[in-house]
Write a protein that binds this ligand. Structure first.
Ligand code: ZN
Length: 574
């Protein structure tokens, strides 16, 4: 152990790079042998934990106090004067570990990732990486500058899109068209950046010795457990099994709205317009009430998980209320020095606050469950495949669902809970086809890099995929808003191929839920054990431990789509 490193994070938060450097020098220079490796990894992990937690706490501070200028400067200073230096040393330490040929206990997966990173690393790609980041900033600037005029009031895209659930159809149509027209105005600027991004990515792949960007990106994303062909199998399975199920939901939506045609402003993959006679759910009136009820629900799922939530309450690890000078959104952050998680949210008393907290709660429990592992590389959620990390959170949303009613200590009457659960399950079915579009589109792009430089061809390909996977939406008269839409899906330009993770994780989550319907105690035990494996297991092993199959095929998907549809029928009868 580095005995001179502070044990308490508060004593480390002000450390400069000059103070940290002697410790990294020690790690770089210390002889690495079978006898010294455990202590070396422990010391590295201790330092990593302190630095990662410092950075997390600084980031949390800027999102919980957006008006704290000193906090923002502190974060910026750390990002500039500590993090890059640390990253450089980390590369050296990885090289040192790989060169040693030592294979520490439980380190198989981290070593595999390190080997791949070393194999695909090219120094000539570093300036290209910087160039990519600059383009990303330009894209964000474009998106951030988008406001529209709504009856003289300036509205952000989020504010306008929120009107898509308005009861008045004409208002929804206007919101759709206004927001999409604003994106269309940016077309030329976006497309210029897009071609530069594509060219840079192709070049980086070539520099690293890959024939195409997808093959390079696959390694970069550490997708060892599945191939591009598996993704295509998944798309085909979704088309065969989920698209018809989504159509049945859309048929109900049409009847509910009393319309013959579903325009994109009547129903879309991410929103449903509620029938006029259903007022929005009001699950809680205070944060205390939210906490009491959520804790009761977690306790019903598993008393120890309820206990974890109690710890978070007692130790001040929750910042849930919406208030001035707080950023939007919700997230979970880990505090690696203590193995504790922290949850940030913006709760205002709507149902979405409940699902968000259940989701982030699942992530938080993951952090609790991995805390026993010895090294940062093994317990940090960032080192666990995303495809499984999201099982932790998505499964919790489903495991908790039966306890949303007041008789279990939850929020709702039976009929309110049935409505909330139906919306959730419908959302799962509606998401898969859209996910298939986003993923299939990207496979097309990087299989046809020359065609993809022509954005008219991209538009045509996107439109075709959308019509195929979301066949119930009528685009006549607004074809231009269909063609432009892929530019609104930020992942496509900025985080290539990053999206299928959610679809795969969702299929894992519904399997955990199905197991719980048969035997909740056993299913939750398996779920918790899978979480506790951290980064010591492969993706298929993690799924298997959770009692699920890591799968892409239509037969597996059908089993769970059937379960979802049966449950929807049951809920409709409540
Ligand atoms: Zn998540």
């Amino acid at each position: 152990m580095f005995n001179t490193l502070p044990q308490n994070i508060n004593d480390f938060m002000d450390w400069t790079w000059d103070q940290i450097k002697p410790y990294t020098d020690d790690l770089v220079n210390r002889p690495l042998t079978a006898a010294t490796i455990d202590a070396w990894l422990a010391d590295w992990s201790q330092l990593q934990s302190l630095i990662a937690e410092t950075y997390s706490r600084m980031q949390i501070r800027t999102t919980t106090h957006t008006n704290d200028e000193a906090g923002q400067n502190r974060l910026a200073g750390y990002a500039e004067h500590v993090i890059p230096q640390v990253s450089e040393v980390e590369q050296e330490l990885i090289k040192k570990l790989l060169a040693s040929g030592l294979e520490p206990d439980q380190f198989e997966n981290p070593l595999q990732k390190m080997r791949v990173d070393a194999e695909i690393f090219r120094s000539e790609n570093l300036p290209l990486e910087t160039e990519l980041q600059k383009l990303s900033i330009e894209l964000n600037k474009l998106a951030g500058a988008r406001v529209v005029d709504w009856d003289g009031e300036e509205m952000t895209m989020q504010q306008v899109m929120a009107k898509l659930t308005d009861q008045d159809r004409a208002t929804r149509e206007r919101a759709w068209k206004l927001s999409m027209e604003r994106v269309i105005q940016d077309r030329a600027a976006f497309d210029g950046l897009w071609v530069k991004l594509l060219d840079l990515r192709t070049q980086m792949a070539k520099n690293a010795g890959f024939e195409d960007y997808r093959a390079y990106r696959w390694q970069q994303l550490k997708r060892f457990a599945y191939t591009p062909d598996d993704c295509k199998t998944f798309h085909a399975a979704i088309e065969e099994v989920v698209v018809p199920a989504a159509s049945r939901i859309n048929a109900k939506q049409k009847a509910l709205l009393g319309v013959d045609t579903l325009h994109p402003w009547d129903a879309y993959w991410f929103f449903r317009v509620d029938p006029a006679d259903a007022p929005p759910l009001k699950p809680f009136a205070s944060i205390a009430e939210l906490n009491n009820k959520i804790e009761a629900i977690f306790t019903k799922v598993d008393p120890e998980l309820g206990g974890y939530y109690r710890i978070m309450r007692d130790e001040g690890l929750l910042d849930l209320e919406s208030r001035k000078h707080k950023s939007g959104g919700a997230y979970m952050e880990e505090f690696p020095t203590t193995g504790r998680p922290f949850i940030f949210a913006n709760s205002v008393g709507i149902h979405n606050d409940v699902t968000t907290l259940l989701h982030e709660g699942g992530h938080a429990f993951h952090a609790f469950e991995t805390a026993h592992l010895p090294y940062y590389h093994l317990f940090s959620l960032g080192n666990i495949p995303m495809e499984f990390v999201e099982v932790g959170s998505m499964a919790m949303e489903l495991l908790a669902a039966p306890y949303l009613t007041t008789d279990h200590g939850g929020f709702y009457t039976d009929s309110e809970a049935a409505r909330a659960r139906a919306e959730h399950l419908e959302g799962i079915l509606l998401f898969w086809p859209y996910m298939a579009v986003v993923d299939a589109f990207q496979h097309w792009i990087y299989e046809n890099p020359d065609a993809a430089r022509d954005t008219d061809q991209c538009d045509a390909q996107w439109s075709e995929l959308m019509r195929r996977y979301l066949p119930d939406i009528a685009w006549s008269g607004v074809e231009d808003t269909l063609a432009i839409y892929w530019r609104r899906q930020g992942h496509i330009a900025e985080m290539p191929f990053y999206y299928v993770e959610y679809g795969l994780a969702q299929l894992g989550a519904v399997q955990v839920w199905a197991n719980a319907l048969n035997d909740q105690a056993q299913a939750v035990k398996d779920y918790r054990r899978a979480l506790s494996l951290g980064a010591t297991a492969t993706l298929p092993e993690l799924f298997a431990a959770a009692g699920a199959k890591f799968a892409f095929d239509a037969a597996t998907l059908r089993e769970y789509v059937d379960l979802i549809e049966r449950t929807l029928d049951e809920l409709a009868a409540v």
